[in-house]
Write a protein that binds this ligand. Structure first.
Ligand code: ATP
Ligand code: MG
Length: 328
């Protein structure tokens, strides 16, 4: 059986980067995999979160999952903090991770850079992420480009654990979407589109209004060549826009290049905005219908129970393998 586990942190407002690299591929994966999609709220608190905002954003992400097309009857949707096995196996994985390995994680370097008080949890984050994945015996993990390194560490930890204590965990493979795995800022194509960028024009939020989306794409940086050509090395800003176009239209890159051949950027950017708006409108509508609903609460309660069943079984196996006294 092929099984997927992945999630989007409730650490900020969801933007089209998270949609391209995560949510959009999640929906398609339901066809071929047994899927667990969680809301990694324990990861979100590795950096300071306002409690009210964390609460709102957590339900928000869950609502976006469903609004975008994750079907709770087929896939398990749950909050990480509601399945205690995550924190527990996270601790056990910390005993397997080396400080040197954690030190090499570029995400830690980026997120701690220039900050005075950095939580120790931000440093050990990859051990918890390994636990998230290994608890479900996930065979496949869809990740954006930025999470590749963490997944490699997960594989190292799984292998180390299995070698020391006997076969316990499945070895997860990354699935990196070919299109949309690294959507960059609209203001600067050298930086990933990120919810933490203070420049609001750098990202398009899932809940942005049509006017805002039009404005943001109109302002998006391009280059002076005036040709819609996919070439990350020489034309990163335009390539990024083409990639967003491809994610939201479902059209292949070559077709988009052909369609805009010999034209400047004006029309291309206008059409791009309309394509994004058209895709987002029904998602936004469904999001508003469910975000405060009892239905969403029920889905999440049920999801936590289903997830805990699978997770607890793996946790018990791992604890027994390590030599803990268990009475089961
Ligand atoms: P944070 O800044 O708090 O890390 P984030 O925007 O990076 O937030 P995450 O929750 O860390 O969001 O990532 C969720 C998933 O979305 C991951 O698989 C990640 O690889 C993917 N992702 C995030 N941003 C992008 C992006 N700009 N392009 C493509 N994929 C992305
Ligand atoms: Mg991230």
């Amino acid at each position: 059986m092929k099984r997927v586990l992945s999630g989007i942190k409730p650490s900020g407002e969801l933007n089209i980067g998270g949609f391209g690299g995560a949510l959009h591929p999640f929906v398609a994966m339901q066809e071929a995999y047994d899927c667990f999609f969680f809301i990694p709220d324990l990861h979100a608190v590795t950096v300071m979160q306002d409690p009210k905002e964390l609460y709102r954003r957590s339900r928000d992400i869950a609502a976006f999952y469903i609004a975008a097309g994750i079907d709770p009857r087929r896939s398990v949707i749950f909050f990480q903090s509601q399945v205690a096995a995550h924190a527990e196996l996270g601790w056990l994985m910390e005993t397997q991770a080396h400080v040197g390995e954690l030190n090499r994680m570029t995400q830690f370097k980026e997120k701690s850079d220039g900050k005075e008080a950095v939580s120790s949890a931000l440093f050990t984050y990859p051990a918890l992420m390994a636990a998230d994945i290994l608890l479900y015996q996930a065979t496949h993990v869809p990740v954006g480009d930025d999470q590749k390194q963490h997944l490699e560490l997960t594989r190292d930890l799984a292998e180390r654990f299995n070698n020391r204590f006997g076969p316990t965990f499945a070895m997860p493979e990354p699935i990196i979407p070919t299109i949309g795995s690294r959507i960059m800022g609209l203001d600067d194509p050298s930086k990933k589109m990120s919810k933490s960028n203070p420049n609001v024009s750098s990202y398009v939020l899932m809940l942005d209004s049509p006017e805002d989306i039009r404005k943001k794409f109109a302002r998006a940086v391009t280059d002076s060549e005036m040709s819609v050509r996919y070439d990350w090395e020489n034309k990163p800003a335009v390539s990024n826009l083409i990639e967003i176009y491809a994610v939201f239209s479902g059209e292949p890159i070559e077709k988009i290049e052909r369609q805009y051949e010999g034209q400047g950027y004006g029309g291309f950017k206008k059409h791009l905005a309309e394509i994004v708006i058209e895709k987002l409108l029904p998602i936004q509508q469904r999001y508003h219908e469910i975000v405060h609903s009892e239905e969403l609460t029920r889905v999440l309660k049920d999801g936590a129970a289903r997830a805990a069943e699978v997770a607890n079984e793996t946790l018990l196996k791992a604890k027994k393998a390590m030599g803990f006294v268990t009475f089961e």
